[in-house]
Design a protein around this ligand. Sequence first.
Ligand SMILES: [Cu+2]
Length: 148
Amino acid sequence: MRKGVIFLGVAVFVILLVGIFIFSKPGGENFNTQNPEDDGLNESGLVGEDEGMNSTPDLTIPEGPQIYELDIENFVFEPFELKINVGDTVIWTNRDSVVHTVTSDSGTLLDSPYLSKDGQYSHTFTEEGTFSYHCKPHPNMKGRIIVE
Ligand SMILES: [Cu+2]
């Protein structure tokens, strides 16, 4: 009985020692690696996230005014409807051999000359609104720019 108890005690002691050794070694490594990682995450997290949060919109905002190219082809404004933002520019290019125009339905915002093949007309939209236009020689040719 005594030998058994002593053996059990020794065995438990050894197991505990081995357990502590096994636990402390990877544990220490984990703590050693986790702490710098945590620190790194905290540092780069606090700084990096702020930079990230700032730099992501910064990457979006500097896109700024856009230039949209719109073809006039086969007697059609392509695309027929275009949504853009204030400050954006639209460039119409006539791909037909026939002359076309870009002419506001009302007002004179869009008032291109007669565009021959590969002729271009551009306009920068500075106000919100829906701007419908047509082609003077072909009034059935219609298009509109929606500025938001
Ligand atoms: Cu036309």
